[in-house]
Ligand binder design. Structure first.
Ligand SMILES: C[S@@+](CC[C@H](N)C(=O)[O-])C[C@H]1O[C@@H](n2cnc3c(N)ncnc32)[C@H](O)[C@@H]1O
Length: 222
């Protein structure tokens, strides 16, 4: 599964849709507002930002979530670098990322800086952002990760189309790699995902979702 690049089609010329998973990378309605609602507010960010704060993510995709978090970090004047680690099985070619991110002019200054430095693989240091993308199936790579995140962005494709990125064993690994008092958030409120997070030791709450989605999931590790 590693070494495979994302294969895409473009809906209406602007929204990347995965050919592997038959699912769009972000919401047609407003991808950036959804990211801010689900992953930032869902993890109580930027309020919880602190020196050395570490976000981890399942599914790097276009990098939109990372850019939204990095923008929030800089705009709220945080000291030092935000650490952002993302697990990705099918890295997107930088040219495709650039095309996808054109839909979000609000993050264009961050997208430009990121894309100027991003080789498409590995890590990059942008001063206020230390990014690492760990390639391969997260079910294989997360267990041997040695860090613990303060906040998780759980952003696989829909659980119906990408069940392997939501399975209970992986949620247990997410919990094992979360700092005490750390959090996780996801756009889905699928029962098996909530149960997996609960079984892993998170306190799980269903809160209002973005746009037409009634619910999303917030989880806190006590
Ligand atoms: C909805 S997209 C993520 C969107 C992304 N967070 C963004 O900001 O654009 C889901 C991502 O999960 C990745 N993925 C699917 N199965 C995976 C697996 N088993 N391990 C790691 N990544 C996986 C896909 O390749 C895709 O990039």
């Amino acid at each position: 599964m590693a070494d495979q690049q994302a294969r895409l089609s473009w809906r209406e010329g602007v929204i990347p849709v995965s050919d592997q998973f038959d699912d769009p990378y972000f919401s047609i309605q407003n991808g950036l507002a959804e990211t801010e609602h689900v992953f930032l507010a869902g993890n109580d960010l930027p309020r919880r930002f602190a020196p050395g704060f570490h976000i981890a993510e399942l599914g790097f995709g276009t990098g939109l979530n990372m850019l939204a978090a990095w923008r929030a970090w800089e705009e709220t004047g945080q000291a030092g670098a935000l650490r952002f680690t993302s697990f990705e099985a099918f890295p997107m070619a930088p040219g495709d990322m650039a095309r996808a991110l054109e839909a979000f002019p609000a993050v264009a200054p961050w997208a430009e800086r990121f894309l100027a430095a991003w080789s498409g693989h590995g890590a990059c240091d942008l001063g206020t952002l230390h990014l690492e993308v760990i390639e391969g199936d997260a079910r294989m790579s997360l267990p041997s990760w040695t860090a613990r995140a303060d906040a998780w962005f759980l952003d696989g494709f829909s659980p119906a189309k990408n069940p392997e990125l939501w399975e209970p064993a992986l949620m247990a690994e997410v919990a094992a790699h979360t700092a005490e008092g750390g959090t996780a958030a996801t756009y889905t409120a699928a029962g098996f995902v909530r149960r997996g997070l609960e079984a892993a030791g998170f306190e799980v709450t269903r809160i209002p979702g973005f746009g037409r989605k009634r619910h999303m999931t917030q989880a806190v590790k006590r």
